[in-house]
Design a binder for this molecule. Structure first.
Ligand code: ZN
Length: 163
């Protein structure tokens, strides 16, 4: 507890920018406990969404909650928007595997998302790979679910960049 890095000498209070937001609930199953973090700046937030901040004069990144991210970047819109995008992502990811996946004649599972055909297929080596539109994953995965979650993560990165 205490005032964290707000009181640290030489710590700039403005001019930071966000380089990413992590969801500590990522990969945590339902019923499992999320390992929350404390905000490095104020020290007393129980945060699930960690905003990673960088400053041109600082060697190290700073991992903070939404409120401190707003203060550090003087941006009172972006951090909340990024955090709600991460919340949408988390709830979609939780529902992803239980969606109504269609089964093709070859046994592949696929979905049509906003006009983009995505899916997973069994490889000749009996593993799983995914595709998004005409792009195919180079990686292969041991299970269909692992491939579907990797597909989700890949698709969502593209989605976030365009939202
Ligand atoms: Zn804070």
């Amino acid at each position: 507890m205490g005032n964290g890095r707000w009181d640290q000498p030489g710590m700039p209070h403005k001019g930071w920018h966000c380089v990413g937001v992590h969801d500590l609930g990522d990969g945590v199953g339902s019923g499992e406990e999320i390992d929350y973090a404390a905000c490095e700046m104020c020290g007393n937030e129980r945060i699930r969404f960690v905003h990673v901040m960088e400053h041109p004069d600082c060697e190290t990144q700073c991992e903070v909650g939404c409120i401190c991210a707003e203060k550090l970047s003087s941006d009172y819109i972006g951090p909340k928007r990024r955090e709600s995008a991460m919340k949408r992502r988390a709830s979609r990811r939780a529902r992803w595997l239980t969606r109504q996946w269609r089964v093709s004649a070859k046994g592949n599972r696929y979905l049509n998302l906003k006009g983009v055909n995505v899916g997973v297929r069994r490889t000749p080596s009996n593993q799983w790979a995914y595709w998004i539109g005409t792009r195919h994953s180079k990686e292969v995965f041991p299970t269909m679910d692992a491939a579907r979650l990797a597909l989700f993560d890949d698709y969502w990165v593209t989605e976030l960049q365009h939202s």
